[in-house]
Design a protein around this ligand. Structure first.
Ligand code: DQA
Length: 144
């Protein structure tokens, strides 16, 4: 059995669909996950979301041992969490950062990013489509 791609989401992504749809789109997280499942084509996916920083750190550590790649939208923790940065630096598998919006084009407090310097690649500003691109990239990077 090949190792799964972990698709990890941070705080408030459980509210997608109703949360500022003009910025984040109308798709729910369940919609995005369902689309990834339909594109997985035999690649196992671990689809998870949490509102807790430590849980995200634990999942990154778990994926490093048990997964083949991580697709990570750390949401607001992107801009605050040195704990996440350190977990990503220690991670042994490729990590692709995804954001629905383009934080670089938004408020000043979103210009700090602790995730980008610790990951393989970043996809931002393409809405839910960014997740599909990230899955394609994860498959290519892991030879699937
Ligand atoms: C986000 C961008 C972050 O700045 C924000 O805190 C989020 C969502 C995005 O997907 O565009 O919660 O990660």
């Amino acid at each position: 059995m090949s190792k799964p791609v972990y698709v990890l989401g941070g705080p408030n992504l459980n509210l997608l669909g109703s949360r500022e749809p003009e910025i984040y789109g109308k798709d729910t997280l369940a919609d995005i996950h369902a689309r990834l499942e339909s594109l997985a084509d035999g690649t196992a996916l671990e689809l998870r979301q949490t509102n807790h920083e430590g849980e995200l750190v634990g999942w990154i550590q778990e994926a490093s041992e048990q997964g083949s790649a991580i697709i990570l939208n750390a949401a607001a923790y992107t801009h605050t969490s040195i704990a996440l940065h350190d977990a990503l630096k220690a991670c042994k598998i490729p990590v692709i950062e995804v954001h629905l919006s383009n934080p670089a084009a938004r408020e000043a407090f979103r210009q700090v990013n602790y995730v980008s310097p610790a990951v393989k690649a970043t996809i931002a500003g393409l809405g839910a489509y960014g997740y599909e691109l990230a899955l394609m990239a994860a498959k290519t990077l892991t030879g699937k």
